[in-house]
Design a protein around this ligand. Sequence first.
Ligand SMILES: Cc1cn([C@H]2C[C@H](O)[C@@H](COP(=O)(O)OP(=O)(O)O[C@H]3O[C@@H](C)C(=O)[C@@H](O)[C@H]3O)O2)c(=O)[nH]c1=O
Length: 183
Amino acid sequence: MKVTETKLAGVVILTPEVFGDHRGFFMESWSKRKMEEAGLQYDFVQDNHSSSTIKGTLRGIHFQQGEWSQAKLVRCTRGAVLDVAVDLRKNSPTYTQWVGVELSETNKQQLLIPRGFGHGFVTLTDDVEFMYKADNYYAPQADGGIRWNDPDIGVDWGIDDPILSDKDTKNPFFKEIAAVLDF
Ligand SMILES: Cc1cn([C@H]2C[C@H](O)[C@@H](COP(=O)(O)OP(=O)(O)O[C@H]3O[C@@H](C)C(=O)[C@@H](O)[C@H]3O)O2)c(=O)[nH]c1=O
């Protein structure tokens, strides 16, 4: 497993070793031991799986607040996405900065996003399957979001009119909630 740093401390790209043969391929999609050998200590408790039918579907920018904050290990098992992490850690030198990484069934890369980040993705193909681990359980009362096209965050999604959930069309803008975010 190769670990590649990004400009946001703690956000890393994991590239697994893939064993291909005449049948297809095999890879370890998650190894607690290999992660720990790489200095990445996470205790994941929930696996999630979503499907997005149409290219240009955007889910984000999401987080869970406070004690319900979640680290996530995310991957795309069908199609391709642009996956985005936004640094919401108030004391971070990269506070409000974002990184975007293409994850696909072809590159098989995973993005590790620690607690204290907003997360979202836009699908680059039809029929996307997206799977991820989280180190804290879903807590609807702590569910939060930032408007996908927030001008103060400025994520370049590469698309102007994504397909969104009703909830994501109404997420607050960053400046409305920045003071009360407690990461
Ligand atoms: C996230 C989540 C949702 N749900 C339910 C709530 C709702 O009825 C339905 C769909 O939820 P959402 O619309 O929030 O799903 P979605 O927009 O896919 O939300 C996800 O987006 C990505 C970007 C993330 O980072 C995730 O943490 C999560 O926020 O699933 C759970 O039961 N458990 C969960 O962990």
